[in-house]
Every structure is written in C-alpha cells, then in structure tokens.
Design a protein around this ligand. Sequence first.
Ligand code: HEC
Length: 162
Amino acid sequence: MVLMRLGSGLAAVLLAILLVHVSAVSAQTVVGDSIAESLSHSAGDPLRGRAIIVNRQQGLCLLCHNGPFPEERFQGNLAPELGVSVGSLSAGQLRARLVDPKHFHPDTIMPSFYRTEGLTRVAAKFSGKPILSAQEIEDVIAFLLTMNQTNSSAAVITTTAP
Ligand code: HEC
C-alpha cells in the first residue's frame, strides 16, 4: 500500500518533469510562422534591445541592416532597412525570425540568434551557446516592436539611454 502510494507519487513527479521539459522545447518551435511564448520570464526591455542591436559584438544587426540609429556611422547594406524588415510583424513572428531565420529563407545570411543545434562551422567559443540569451532576444523584440509600422503607439527610440 505504502509502496503503491510512493509509486504514484513518483509517477506524478516524473510526469511534471516531462511536462516542464516538453514546454521548454515547444517554446522554441515555430508554429505557423510564430513562436508565441516568450523565451524568458521577464518582459523585454526596449532600451536594452536597442543597445544589443547597435552593438557590433553582440547583436551584429547593423553589419547587414541599417536603421534609425543616428549615432552609428557605418551601417550595413546587405539586408533591408530594419524598419522594413520588421514591417508589421508581431512579437511572435519576430521571435520566430530571430530564433530560426532559415525556416523562412533557407539561403539567408542572417544568423540564427537562438539556436545551438543543426549549425555547422561554429567557432569553438560559441559551440553549444546561442548568440543571444533568451532575455536578450526578448529585449531585441521589445525594441523591434517600437518599429512596427502598424503599431499606432510606435515611437522609435532614436537615442541611447542617458
Ligand atoms: C549577416 C547579415 C544579417 C545580420 C547580422 C542580421 N540580419 Fe536580419 N536579415 C538579413 C537579411 C539578408 C534579411 C532579408 C531576408 C533574408 O534574406 O533572410 C533579414 C531579415 C530580417 C528580418 C525579417 C525576416 C523576415 O522573414 O521577413 C528581421 C525582423 C531581421 N532581419 C532582424 C534582424 C535583427 C534584429 C538582427 C540582429 C539581432 C539581424 N536581423 C541581424 C541579414 C542579417
């Protein structure tokens, strides 16, 4: 009797672990053309996102894109202007495109910012690590949403934090 109770308790714990695991994985799965669930527990910070985007070691976005970043003198011309790329994409659609750009454009030169599997020729330093952390992805999304062209409250942040 005691053993049976112990057994069902154990089963419940195992089930809970399994569920947590499955939801952690599915959070990164593109459904339709979106990843609906946030990758992190706290909301994205648009100012931090902006700093990541202009950072040449971190986001690298301006290597290819250009945008409303007046303090940045050299910006890329290998990709559309960032506001054009954002277009009217929602948070979930942007998340999917940052996590897995190849899902949308198989030959894209845009790196997968939050994927560690299925990548080839990754420098040892970055092996097994995403380019941006979950929170950094959410920060970048928060900033990109300020560029969303159908967002009436959009006011692109054009200055850096004081
Ligand atoms: C190495 C070049 C490169 C870098 C770095 C890069 N992008 Fe891109 N990005 C592209 C290109 C090229 C496209 C146009 C579509 C395509 O060919 O993938 C694109 C498309 C996009 C799109 C639209 C995707 C779609 O499917 O419509 C978004 C949003 C975007 N980029 C955001 C970013 C952000 C944010 C960063 C930095 C965190 C970034 N990109 C870094 C090259 C780059």
